[in-house]
Write a new protein. Structure first.
Length: 318
């Protein structure tokens, strides 16, 4: 894990974290927002009004990492270039090793200011990961496009988790398995996109890479990772749990053990209701569990993986 003899600390720059989801691994937090008077700074406040930052946090919270939560996005998941710059300035004085920014902007006017601040952070040995815009590779995406940032996007691949080319605008491409994460007052929501790709990569970095001095060494260590590292939910030969079938029968009478879950639950609202009931019946903690789309290939596979989660076994093979 990153940090060596020091404690692992990671800053998540996003929409905050819902306090109902936060654990004792959050070291501190702050909010930056624009007001008529300028940039308002609220210390020890980072309540997420959107859910996006909470999903980034839940993905990373599976690792032995401590976090600073830096809120710069509002309830609509929108922010301002000035608030992001102020957040980066603040991070110059905070002891973190990793900075995760699942935010993109094409505001060229702030490009030089972003570059100046990120260069200063890089000189301090802080390593920035930023998601590329979901609008396409040819679109400008700050801060991901900058030299001292590890830019991340997603790509569907048959047997790889990661593909890197440090000369490309999008340096790391991640084969994501879409996550479904519970958010208070919203239910289970899908994550996905380049934001999940970035969170997945940083989670892997926290789990599998030791102490690094700077971004140059981090890139080298990422290159040394096993590129055939990908996630497969184990498939046991066991009977489909009758409790699961009883729940599904409330939604559909025409299904088999090989039916894909998305055929039974075509909307996220229906799927969320189903997953909440699953958590209740199987005594799974909805605050911490992360369901994956690969679980939903068939009812049989979903039943098997529910047993894995329920029994507290390791969910992934490496």
């Amino acid at each position: 894990m990153i940090g060596g003899k020091d404690e692992v600390r990671c800053a998540i720059v996003d929409s905050g974290v819902q306090r109902e989801l936060s654990g004792n691994n959050i070291f501190g937090g702050i909010t930056f927002k624009r007001s008529e008077a300028g940039i308002e700074i609220i210390e020890n406040e980072y309540q997420d009004e959107n859910g996006h930052g909470s999903m980034v946090y839940r993905t990373l919270a599976q690792t032995d990492t401590e976090f600073y939560i830096v809120k710069v996005l509002n309830e609509s998941n929108q922010g301002n270039s000035l608030t992001l710059c102020e957040a980066l300035k603040w991070l110059l004085n905070i002891e973190v090793k990793l900075i995760v920014i699942c935010i993109s902007t094409n505001n060229l006017e702030m490009g030089q200011e972003y570059e100046k601040l990120i260069n200063k952070l890089s000189i301090q040995g802080k390593i920035l990961f930023a998601s590329w815009t979901n609008n396409g590779r040819d679109t400008l995406s700050y801060p991901a496009i900058l030299k001292n940032v590890i830019s991340v996007g997603r790509k569907q691949m048959d047997s790889k988790f990661i593909e890197c080319d440090w000369k490309n605008n999008i340096q790391c491409l991640i084969n994501i398995d879409i996550s479904y994460i519970w958010i208070p007052e919203k239910g289970f929501r899908s994550f996905g996109g380049n934001s999940q790709a970035t969170a997945d990569l940083v989670a892997m970095v926290c789990k599998r890479i030791g102490y690094v001095r700077d971004i140059k060494e981090m890139r080298k260590r990422i290159d040394e990772l096993d590129y055939n590292y990908y996630r497969i939910y184990r498939d046991y030969e066991c009977e489909t749990d009758q409790r699961l079938l009883s729940i599904i029968e409330k939604y559909s009478k025409t299904f088999t053990a090989e039916s894909a879950m998305w055929e039974i639950f075509p909307t996220i609202e229906e799927l969320s209701d189903f997953l909440e009931e699953i958590c209740t019946i199987f005594e799974i903690n909805k605050y911490t569990v992360i369901f994956k789309r690969s679980m939903f290939v068939s009812i049989k596979k979903f039943s098997n993986t529910i047993n894995i989660i329920k029994n507290g076994e390791k969910k992934y093979e490496n």
